[in-house]
Design a protein around this ligand. Structure first.
Ligand SMILES: [Zn+2]
Length: 551
């Protein structure tokens, strides 16, 4: 028996090291706690890397045998290694040339930041903020409104951009763009008012089109490089851009050609004005891009569509709570009507494009289901990994229909940032059910995690922390019944994201043959105290066997 067991162990080692004689490694990492996130969730001590891929995973003794004098040896001193982390829905890393509100913690802080910019401006200059902030981070837990802004900028137009769905204007800005109480409501948008019926300066979704902001500076390779460096420092090795123009894809391709990419990027295309099958056909043709073209660095990941708003405009079956419900009449905004949306979805299916639709509220999910089912009736979308992006408020009757279409859930930690605001908009019951990852997993869905950065800050360890604890930045634990395990959270942030982009065979876990993307953490993320997951700093990040970040 003993001899037999030794043979089995030897065979297993051979399998790990590959069928042929093991080849020398470029790099080995030893004395680690390697959480492979393979199908068995195996733990190893060391890994060998060759040609940008994992050559072997095993014990220190096994792996050291693959070292030659030319091999780089990284001693981990007991640190933890996990597969490179991914974000399935990341627009950008935040920042920008506008007023920085990301670190404000009160209305006074916001107004101080705007006032400082006013002081540097000339008469008539339009003052615009960056979008990476949210009122839930302010101790008042409310938006800054027109009247607040007027106190620091009576003359210069001010437009606070918040997330992807909201502008807040001061009086000078409302006047500049001729927005008055008489301006008609925009389909798919909303011009908000205060309790007295006066404009409060808030424009939601398609109402933002009333404002023409100064053009944003053109995205450059240098800017993308700087953003990717920030993401690498947080442990990200793969991202999926949830809707950007073809020009950004071309920039990423150029970065790959120049060898300056430090993150793998899958990009969904987004054509904002393609509201009919014909317009979509033309937009695709003029982009010159093909579904799923690309390689392991840069690829086209499908087409992004949207049918509702965000926190302040998610389209619901039941009205918002008062006063947001406007006496039971406001259920959010429907940004693309069913008929046009279904038309576009069916066209994309005919052309072989994968569809990813932004849908926050339950009524928005109803619209997605109707369109996807119509497309599926023409040609099956099962196995094609179409997605529901966000899916905040799925209802019991929707789960079987989502499942029948074999959809993937692209879920983010919005609740972590915006918990108290969601209570204001939708009431405690809906807020605490927001993004019910436990329910999705229990029903057999594959969930891919992310942040929606810069709507929510990008650190992936915060996503894991939130999904595991359901704790929020300023509202305590919400929806504790939706907690998931740490193993599940790790899968959501690694292998499930690889699955989302049809790349589970080449990345998402630490296994021989896969791309050598990994993160080194100072503590064991499976056993450390909960709070440490949120506070932990990444020690090192590797992409394709190259160190792209070191603390
Ligand atoms: Zn988004």
């Amino acid at each position: 028996m003993r001899g037999m067991r030794q043979t089995l162990v030897a065979l297993a080692a051979a399998a790990v090291l590959g069928a042929q004689a093991p080849q020398p490694a470029d790099t080995i990492l030893v004395d680690g706690h390697v959480i492979t996130v393979d199908a068995q969730f195996a733990i190893a001590q060391a890994v060998a890397i060759r040609g940008g891929r994992f050559a072997a995973v095993g014990t220190d003794a096994d792996i050291r045998k693959l070292a030659t004098p030319a091999t780089r040896v990284i001693d981990l001193h007991g640190q933890t290694v996990i597969p490179g982390l991914a974000d399935g829905h990341l627009h950008d890393a935040g920042g920008g040339p506008g007023v920085d509100l990301s670190r404000t913690r009160s209305i006074a802080d916001v107004l101080r930041a705007v006032a400082a910019r006013v002081k540097q401006s000339r008469p008539g200059d339009v003052i615009v903020s960056n979008s990476d902030w949210h009122e839930a981070q302010l101790k008042e837990h409310r938006l800054v409104y027109r009247k607040d802004l007027d106190t620091v900028s009576p003359d210069n137009p001010v437009v606070l951009v918040r997330g992807g769905h909201e502008y807040i204007l001061n009086s000078a800005a409302l006047a500049k763009w001729h927005i008055t109480k008489e301006t008609p409501q925009q389909p798919g948008g909303r011009i908000s008012r205060d309790e007295r019926g006066e404009l409060n300066g808030e424009l939601i979704d398609r109402a933002k089109a009333l404002v023409a902001l100064p053009p944003a500076p053109k995205l450059t390779i240098e800017e993308l490089q700087a953003q990717h460096a920030k993401l690498n420092a947080a442990g990200l090795t793969s991202i999926r851009y949830p809707g950007a123009p073809a020009e950004q894809y071309r920039l990423l391709q150029e970065m790959e050609k120049r060898g300056v990419l430090t993150i793998r990027a899958s990009q969904l295309l987004r054509f904002n004005s393609a509201d009919s099958a014909e317009a979509m056909r033309q937009a695709i043709a003029s982009s010159g891009l093909k579904p799923d073209e690309g390689d392991e660095w840069v690829r086209v990941g499908g087409m992004k569509l949207a049918v509702d708003g965000g926190f302040e405009g998610g389209w619901m079956r039941e009205p918002y709570v008062e006063p947001w419900g406007a006496h039971g009449t406001f259920r959010g905004v429907n940004t693309m009507k069913q008929a046009a949306y279904t038309d576009v979805v069916k066209e994309l299916n005919r052309e072989g494009w994968r569809v990813a639709t932004h849908a926050v509220g339950d009524a928005a999910i109803d619209e997605v289901l109707a369109a996807y089912e119509a497309a599926n009736a023409e040609a099956s979308i099962r196995g094609k990994r179409w997605t529901l992006e966000h899916g905040f408020i799925p209802q019991a009757d929707q789960f079987p229909r989502l499942k029948a279409l074999d959809l993937i859930i692209s879920a983010q930690d919005h609740l972590y940032l915006a918990g108290p605001s969601l209570v204001n908009y939708w009431g405690a019951a809906r807020a605490s059910r927001t993004t019910p990852v436990r329910d999705y997993l229990d029903r057999g869905f594959r969930v891919a995690g992310g942040t929606d950065s810069a709507v929510v800050p990008y650190p992936p360890l915060w996503v894991i922390y939130h999904f595991v604890t359901r704790d929020t930045i300023s509202g305590g634990v919400m929806g504790a019944d939706q907690k998931i395990t740490r193993r599940e959270a790790l899968q959501i942030e690694t292998i499930n994201n690889a699955y989302l982009t049809f790349e589970e065979r080449i990345k998402g876990s630490i296994e021989a043959g896969k791309l050598a993307d990994l993160v080194v953490l100072p503590e064991d993320i499976l056993t450390c105290p909960d709070k440490h997951i949120e506070q932990m700093q990444v020690s090192m990040t590797m992409v394709g066997g190259k160190v792209v970040y070191q603390r």
